[in-house]
Design a protein around this ligand. Structure first.
Ligand code: SF4
Length: 336
């Protein structure tokens, strides 16, 4: 019998490692649906927004989005599940569904304060759009920092203004930078940014430009997804007309590695591959599981004798040339 194979240390700064070191115990996220909408879909005053081209309409129709169970029930079930499946000893309440800052502060407080009933909750993570926060919301989120580690997760998806227009993100890169700059003035808030690789019209240059932008910003985490084509979306129509070609798995693995090599090591990597419900996923249909794709990414970094940050510019926020832009007029109107 041969010697057991030594496990190669991960070549990227995995969020799970960060959590273990930060809290000294096993921490798991509990994804929550607090019943918020999205200003890019259901605008103020009932205005219907266009939504992003990859976003499922169905998710917003009352028939396919039933009322979520009370938050207290969702959290209690998440704690039971985390304890049973992986012996978790602490939890992050992850307000995940849609834009979780889309509402007046008293409503946000009412929903977020549910976490106070659970001493097992150690941190709070809030997913939202960069054009859906203002000073009052940031002050509100900061008020939780005395008791919890607080993460705010902004969807950017791409650093290309052209791509954001094409996918109808409804905000600009400039608006995102403005929000990062405002959030960074609250040093207790941690920032995570979501990006998508393989968006329509994007090639290697655009994807690495997104990595280079993040590398120079005061962000603490990144979630990287591959571009999914979900049935019934405008993106699915583009795909069916042959205008969009999703990435092959091997290309994605290579792009992720290129992306990671440009990211400073201190940025935690919170996701490396997207997930979509099997029945809704039109493309790409990879014959690799999520675990296998993660393994492929690690294997590729080992093969390259590389790691996260290996080719990074090594710039700090101050030296990155990042300048907040002028306020984006669209951002202003959504804040109202
Ligand atoms: S911001 Fe999110 S929820 Fe809103 S339209 Fe885009 S993908 Fe859908």
């Amino acid at each position: 019998m041969g010697l057991p194979r030594m496990r190669e240390p991960l070549r990227y700064n995995a969020f799970s490692t960060y959590l273990r070191e930060r809290f000294g115990k096993r921490i798991r996220k509990i994804p929550l649906d607090a019943g918020f909408g999205c200003p890019h879909r259901n605008g103020p005053g009932g205005r219907q927004g266009p939504g992003c081209t990859y976003c499922s309409n169905d998710a917003f129709s009352p028939s396919s989005r039933p009322e979520p169970p009370p938050l207290e029930e969702q959290i209690a079930a998440g704690i039971r599940r985390g304890r049973r499946r992986c012996n978790a000893q602490g939890f992050i309440a992850y307000f995940q569904a849609f834009s979780n800052t889309y509402g007046p502060v008293p409503i946000l407080r009412e929903r977020y304060d549910v976490i106070r009933r659970f001493p097992e909750i150690r941190a709070l993570a809030v997913g939202t759009r960069p054009d859906c926060v203002d000073g009052a919301v940031l002050d509100f989120l900061e008020s939780y920092c005395a008791e919890y580690e607080v993460w705010i997760e902004y969807g950017l998806q791409s650093a290309s203004e052209e791509t954001l227009l094409r996918i109808r993100r409804g905000h600009t890169v400039a608006a995102f930078l403005e929000t990062i700059e405002k959030t960074a003035r609250k040093p207790n808030l941690k920032i995570c940014v979501h990006v998508i690789l393989g968006l329509p019209g994007e090639g290697h240059a655009e994807m690495t430009a997104t990595a280079r932008l993040l590398a120079g910003l005061p962000v603490h985490g990144v979630k990287i997804h591959h571009c999914h084509v979900i049935r019934g979306t405008p993106l699915a129509e583009e795909y069916l007309r042959g205008e969009v070609q999703p990435m092959a798995c091997s290309t994605y693995v290579s792009c992720v590695c290129d992306f990671l090599e440009l990211l400073p090591w201190q940025i935690t990597v919170q996701r490396l591959v997207g997930e979509a419900p099997e029945e809704l996923l039109l493309a790409p249909r990879w014959d690799r599981t999520k675990a296998q794709v993660l393994e492929d990414i690690q294997t590729e970094l080992v093969r390259r004798e590389s790691r996260q940050g290996a080719r990074g510019p090594g710039v700090s926020y101050q030296g990155s040339g990042f300048r907040p832009s002028h306020p984006d007029p669209k951002t202003q109107s959504l804040r109202k």
